[in-house]
Design a protein around this ligand. Structure first.
Ligand code: 13P
Ligand code: SF4
Length: 354
């Protein structure tokens, strides 16, 4: 990266001192993550966001829904900054509050709403988290989806159903591969079709109502590339993120959040071979940090998460130097009513065991 920009970022960080707390998600570019005080998956970053109550500014190097969650979880005097407002998440955009409210109404008409617990993946807007908070639901991340679903299924006895937003793959992979539900227990609510494309009977029979959302990066890994890699490197271990499609996760050796992926590679013996199906910045960083292990990207045709990559050094320097000059740019601020209910759903998650 540009040495001049690196020096400017260092100078701005030094000038701000304890006033600024920089959080960085594992999918961030190397040029940015080097300035993070804490790095993590979305669960760890949500937990750690409130770790520095004395910091006036929280510069969030990640995507919009993560910065919103940080705003919700931190004090009223702390300001959260997202260095580029265009750093969204296409998956989070796949569930809009009005669409979710329509689905909820349809469930009420089908006579099941009282037994449905809404569970949203962290990768959702604050108003979807608030919807879950208002309706007895919870937030989960890829590192605690099973625990959150177990909690949800205990809420209304044996009739309980879950509406899982917005990632159908995380919902299906967790329910089927970790909790013993069958594919027949799952239906997919398509917000672009009348009545979600489902009959009342299908809604009544389902245990998991999966929202039709997906990650545009992880959704591109295919079972064929897993087969091809196993043929090419016979002792390869396949390690993937649960946002991958069910057919891919079925063929993998291990599945877990980005934090799990990192810990797995750190604990792996020298000489072992790994193909990793997650965002490319993280895979490249792991390969560079572990030259004693063979680490390859699961599919060379899949590219970076384009929105994570929007946070680059020029944007980071601009945000930091603006703070030094006394100007807060790109503040992420959730309105108080949304915040109150979203916080309830996030606190339910943070109170889960483990
Ligand atoms: P983690 O929950 O593993 O941090 O993943 C977040 C994400 O955006 C994955 O695409
Ligand atoms: Fe969203 Fe996928 Fe990018 Fe994660 S990797 S931020 S889920 S688009």
């Amino acid at each position: 990266s540009d040495p001049d920009l690196v020096a400017r970022a260092q100078a701005a960080k030094a000038a701000l001192g304890d006033k600024v707390f920089v959080l960085g998600h594992h999918y961030q570019r190397d040029e940015v993550i080097q300035f993070a005080d804490v790095t993590g998956d979305s669960f760890k970053l949500a937990r750690d966001a409130a770790a520095r109550p004395e910091a006036e500014y929280i510069v969030f190097c990640g995507v919009h829904f993560m910065a919103e969650s940080a705003d919700i979880l931190t004090g009223p005097d702390q300001q959260v900054i997202l260095p580029d407002l265009a750093a969204g998440c296409s998956m989070a955009d796949m569930a809009r509050l009005t669409q979710v409210e329509m689905a909820w109404e349809a469930m009420a008409e089908a006579g099941i709403a009282a037994s449905v617990v809404p569970v949203t993946y962290m990768n959702s807007s604050a108003d979807i988290k608030a919807f879950c908070g208002r309706n007895g639901g919870v937030v989960c991340t890829s590192s605690n989806a099973e625990t959150a679903l177990t909690w949800a299924f205990e809420q209304h006895g044996p009739d309980t159903k879950v509406l899982f937003l917005p990632d159908q793959h995380l919902g299906r992979n967790t329910a089927v591969l970790q909790m013993g539900y069958s594919l027949d227990d799952c239906v997919v609510w398509d917000p672009h079709r009348p009545h979600g494309g489902l009959t009342d009977e299908q809604l009544r029979d389902a245990k998991m109502i999966l929202w039709k959302g997906h990650c545009s990066v992880h959704g591109r890994f295919s079972p064929e590339v897993v087969d091809a890699l196993r043929a090419e490197i016979p002792d390869i271990n396949i390690l993937v993120h649960p946002e991958c499609r069910h057919e891919v996760v079925l063929k993998a050796d291990l599945v877990g959040s980005t934090e799990f992926i990192i810990k797995t590679i750190e604990a792996a013996p020298a000489g072992s071979a790994w193909a990793i199906g997650t965002e490319l910045n993280l895979v490249k960083r792991l390969a560079a940090a572990h030259p004693d292990k063979r680490i390859v990207f699961l599919d060379k045709t899949v590219c970076y998460c384009s929105t994570m990559n929007r946070i680059d050094l020029p944007h980071f320097v601009w945000a930091m130097e603006s703070l030094v000059a006394g100007t807060v740019v790109n503040r992420i601020e959730v309105d108080p009513d949304t915040e109150r209910w979203a916080l309830l759903a996030l606190e339910r998650m943070l109170a889960l065991p483990g």
